[in-house]
Design a protein around this ligand. Structure first.
Ligand SMILES: *Cc1c(COP(=O)(O)O)cnc(C)c1O
Length: 228
């Protein structure tokens, strides 16, 4: 019951934020981030009609997805991905949000080709240039996009970022704006295998600001499933 009402509240907040900024709320998808939460809680969200889920750890995700059904949801990989796990990410996930090097893209492409899949990916940008975070640097992203778009078994669907945590979500706004700007820059290149459809940005504390700045995918964990 709690999970269902949390999802409803967040969807209402998304609608309000979209309205404030003159956006169409149907262009925003709420991804329920279920990392370190048991499959029963994911099932509860599914039973409430929720479709999109985000997972961070390959091993944990495979166990949950095997149990709940590969086809019973849209699965988003949002954790740091090592090349040696690319095979599993391709097998289990509809969208991989965290591609930040050409090397990783190349391995995902190789694994996707093996199973005849076109893998949808997002390029992750280290938007605040934090030493502790993954993601390509802002000034590298166009170069990465130009190389990644050459891979036949990948489709680049947009960009993802994770700004620093701020007590006041307003402080994250400049980073969301920046991601949107970079997305526009990539779009003007008209690269093959690339459509800048998605901006994956915004978490429990700042998703309304992200929606105001153009997010199409918001990744919310704590506000749905409780603290980890
Ligand atoms: C855990 C996680 C989230 C969800 O964070 P909350 O603050 O719990 O909403 C979103 N995105 C990424 C990449 C995460 O690792």
């Amino acid at each position: 019951m709690q999970i269902q009402s949390n999802i409803k509240k967040i969807n209402d907040d998304i609608c309000a934020a979209a309205q404030r900024s003159g956006r169409d709320a149907s262009k925003v998808t709420l991804i329920a981030v279920s990392k370190r939460k048991p499959p029963e809680m994911v099932q509860e969200a599914m039973d409430a009609g929720h479709r999109d889920f985000g997972e961070n750890y390959i091993q944990e995700a495979m166990e949950k997805i095997d149990l709940l059904g590969r086809k019973s949801a849209i699965w988003h990989f949002i954790g740091h991905l090592q090349s040696n796990k690319a095979k599993f990410a391709v097998k289990y996930f509809d969208l991989i949000h965290t591609v930040d090097t050409v090397k990783l893209a190349k391995e995902i492409n190789r694994q996707a080709k093996k199973i005849g899949k076109t893998q949808k990916i997002l390029l992750q940008v280290n938007i605040a240039q934090e030493a502790t975070k993954s993601g390509a640097k802002k000034n590298e992203i166009v170069g990465v996009a130009k190389q990644v778009c050459q891979f036949d078994n990948l489709h680049v669907s947009g960009l993802m970022c994770m700004p620093p945590f701020f007590d006041d979500p307003e402080d994250a706004r400049i980073y969301f704006k920046k991601l949107k700007q970079i997305s526009n820059d990539v779009e003007t290149l008209n690269l093959p295998h690339t459509t800048m459809t998605h901006l994956s940005m915004g978490m429990s504390n700042d998703f309304t600001v992200a929606v105001e700045e153009g997010a199409t995918l918001v990744r919310v964990g704590t506000a749905i499933f409780g603290a980890r």
